[in-house]
Ligand binder design. Structure first.
Ligand SMILES: [Zn+2]
Length: 263
């Protein structure tokens, strides 16, 4: 046996051979990965800008999400019925120009499910270790419109949600929420246009949903929270229809994403 391969297992030996044929690269900086590195090089892993939001009831993501929901309740003229505070967790925090944005991008545009699931499982473990998310009943990914999903072949939010649901030991629910209207991509829209773009794009049907206390919405990236807020409103309306106003308003709807993007 080649001396360099001594002391490594069969899988690593196979990986060493595969690396020669097609080198694996760090998702963040693009450097060639060493044998025992997976998806990310050691240096970029040490520098991961982790948020630890999931441990905190109040954090910048929860504040933005809850205030957007509240302003929708206000502008719809609904009575100020008490709805439980939405908790929010995100694995990473970065600004738009950071190379760490490649983590959700490689999943979204590069079809790298293994990479996406790796970081989603990290998010899942962080949520699972927080008492705030201990009573989550199901994980609900932000859906794509059927036409877009068909073109892309998969929904990146669902890949993340599946890995998170596994860590939380709860079911993944892809049937309650649907995107019924095609929307422009949010990336090119100004902050103020984003909610108008996604408002009433989602429909929820909770008729097959059993008793629940806490649902967790999952998406890849949180920027303004507009998409997650539109999902939350659709889900809330359907929960009230299914369980009645009083019960439907008592169910907590939280949100989690791979990354939280600052300005
Ligand atoms: Zn790197």
């Amino acid at each position: 046996m080649d001396g360099r391969l001594k002391g490594i297992g069969l899988l690593e030996a196979l990986r060493a051979v595969a690396d020669l044929a097609m080198p694996r690269t760090c998702v963040v900086c693009g450097r060639k990965l060493l044998l025992r590195e997976e998806h990310i090089c050691t240096e970029c892993e040490i520098g991961l800008p982790l948020t630890y939001f999931a441990k905190l009831r109040e954090n910048p993501m929860a504040a933005a999400f809850n205030s957007m929901i509240q302003s929708e309740i206000d502008s719809a003229g609904e009575d100020a019925a008490y709805e439980p505070y939405s908790y929010a967790g995100s694995l990473l925090f970065y600004s738009g120009s950071s190379s760490y944005k490649n983590i959700p991008r490689r999943l979204k545009y590069g079809r790298d499910f293994s990479e996406g699931s790796h970081f989603a499982a990290m998010l899942g473990r962080e949520l699972a270790s927080s008492p705030l998310f201990a009573d989550v009943d199901a994980v609900v990914p932000v859906p794509l419109h059927r036409a877009r999903r068909w073109r892309r072949g998969y929904n990146q939010a669902e890949v993340i949600a599946r890995a998170v649901a596994k860590e939380l030991h709860v079911p993944l629910n892809t049937s309650v929420l649907a995107r019924v209207r095609k929307t422009k991509t949010q990336t090119r829209l100004h902050r103020s246009q984003r909610y108008a773009n996604v408002k009433s794009a989602f429909m929820a049907d909770c008729s097959t949903l059993g008793a629940c206390r806490h649902l967790l919405l999952l998406d890849d990236v949180f920027t303004t929270g507009a998409t997650l807020c539109a999902c939350e409103r659709a889900l809330r309306a359907a929960l009230c229809e299914r369980f009645g106003l009083e019960e439907g308003r008592r169910i907590r709807i939280s949100a989690a994403t791979l990354s939280f993007v600052g300005k």
